[in-house]
Design a protein around this ligand. Structure first.
Ligand code: UDP
Length: 240
């Protein structure tokens, strides 16, 4: 049973459980989708029914942001904890390394996915990165064909939300991989273009604050986040 947090149903899993579930999906025919919603995505799903429908159909939905964990607690349905998409992806690559499972990287500005591939092969010896493509394409067909030709098992789809989830829903079957994971800006981090918050910030659940300090232009997007928790309080009070 999933845990509803303001309209998006989350799997109550920790990092290891999430990775085990993803690995089990390799054993079945695809396509499977893993979604990693943060509060901004939950807010988007409220007004975008297509996006909400896609999230509800995903095979695994993990809570990426600390805001989701707070909201779940406020709603009286606590989740085990945050599973940042990038940690999930890293743990999965650790388990794929040395197997014959093939990873394809899709998204970000030209050159970023290729650089991420170089870095990831070095970080996870034995990891098969079978292809990479930037996220600024006009025509889907050559990208789908490239993923097919690469015989990818898993694709990190990093086009930003809700584009990446919609792309997976529309083209995942055709591209032939078993598992697709929407991972936002992760390729920029893997390529070393964007720095992740230091561990102390991550531990305190303040990664969002670090990101804001680094990219103050995100203030407009982030200003909506307190409203997310306010909606959780409203939903809780409405129920009591
Ligand atoms: N992006 C892309 N194609 C697009 C729009 C965005 O590949 O048409 C990439 C962008 O370059 C960045 C990622 O998608 O690498 C989105 O990053 P952001 O940090 O905004 O995503 P979040 O993690 O907040 O979803």
């Amino acid at each position: 049973m999933r845990t509803d947090v303001l309209g998006v149903a989350f799997d109550n899993v920790n990092l290891d459980e999430a990775v085990d579930r993803a690995l089990a999906m390799f054993e079945e025919d695809g396509p499977h989708m893993v979604a990693t919603p943060n509060p901004e995505m939950v807010q988007r799903a409220k007004k975008d029914r297509e996006f909400a429908g896609i999230l509800s159909q995903a095979d695994l939905v993990i809570p990426d942001g600390v805001g989701v964990i707070h909201a779940a607690k406020i709603l009286g349905r606590p989740l085990k904890g945050r599973v940042p998409g990038i940690d999930f992806a890293s743990a999965l690559m650790g388990r794929m390394a040395g197997t014959d499972r093939r990873l394809y990287l899709l998204g970000a500005a030209p050159g970023v996915a290729e650089q991420a591939a170089v870095n990831l092969r070095a970080a996870y010896p034995g990891l098969v990165v079978c292809g990479a493509h930037d996220g600024y394409f006009q025509d889907d067909s050559p990208v789908i064909e490239d993923i097919r030709r690469a015989r990818a098992d898993v694709v990190f789809v990093c086009l930003g939300f809700p584009k990446q989830e919609k792309w997976i829903a529309a083209h995942g079957g055709e591209a032939g991989a078993r598992l697709y994971i929407g991972l936002g800006g992760s390729l920029d981090v893997f390529a070393g273009r964007v720095e992740r918050a230091p561990e102390s910030f991550q531990r305190l659940g303040l990664e969002w604050l670090y990101r804001l300090a680094k990219e103050p232009s995100r203030i407009g997007r982030m200003a909506k986040l307190p409203l997310f928790l306010v909606s959780a309080v409203g939903a809780r009070l409405g129920r009591n």
